[in-house]
Design a protein around this ligand. Structure first.
Ligand code: S3P
Length: 183
């Protein structure tokens, strides 16, 4: 299904916790629609010339959060850079209130809500996630899920429980919803 031609602010924005499948589903959506795929983590890595673990280690998390906000401001102020794109975001992008407002202004915001057992298995081999390097990954993920679920809920236009659904089906459901949202 194709999304109708862009006017403005017609991106699909994916939010949710680490391991919820934002990149996989985002690429699936991009393949299905032909819309460009943007990943905020990758854009920040490119801009800084460091990967996320190094950014956290050398510049610190507050600096990374400032980079996320700067990137969102850029996307908002340059609609042609993402006016009908698929935007996958870092799991903590909803922490700042101004980010939540910008995300909603970019288009249709979708929360990929995945339960703890699935998040745990999907992040098993994640070396590239500084916030999951604790000994007790389960406790860490539970804490993040509790703290952030209300923020995802208030940012998203649509929530999908994608714990047990494969990425192509998730993408299909999102496209149907996006079609009504943008109609
Ligand atoms: C983070 C999630 C990561 C990345 C960074 C911080 C978070 O993105 O932005 O490690 O705070 O949840 P993914 O959700 O794509 O793993």
């Amino acid at each position: 299904m194709m999304i109708s031609p862009p006017l403005s602010r017609r991106s699909i924005v994916l939010i949710g916790l680490m391991g919820c499948g934002k990149s996989t589903v985002g690429r699936e959506l991009s393949r299905a629609t032909g819309a460009p795929f943007l990943d905020t983590d990758l854009l920040i890595e490119e801009q800084v010339g460091m990967d996320i673990p190094r950014i956290f280690a050398e510049l610190g998390e507050p600096h990374f959060r400032a980079l996320e906000t700067a990137l969102l401001n850029y996307l908002r102020d340059h609609p042609s850079s993402c006016s009908s794109g698929i935007i996958s975001t870092g799991g903590g992008i909803v922490l700042r209130p101004e980010n939540r407002a910008i995300l909603r202004s970019l288009g249709f915001v979708v929360w990929l809500d995945v339960d703890l057992p699935n998040l745990l298995s999907r992040t098993e081999r994640a070396q590239n996630r500084p916030l999951l390097q604790d000994q007790d990954r389960e406790a860490r993920l539970r804490q993040l899920l509790d703290a952030r679920s209300p923020l995802y809920a208030q940012t998203a236009h649509f929530r999908i429980n994608s714990s047990e659904i494969k990425p192509p089906q998730v993408a299909d459901i999102i496209l149907r919803q996006a079609h009504s949202f943008f109609a």
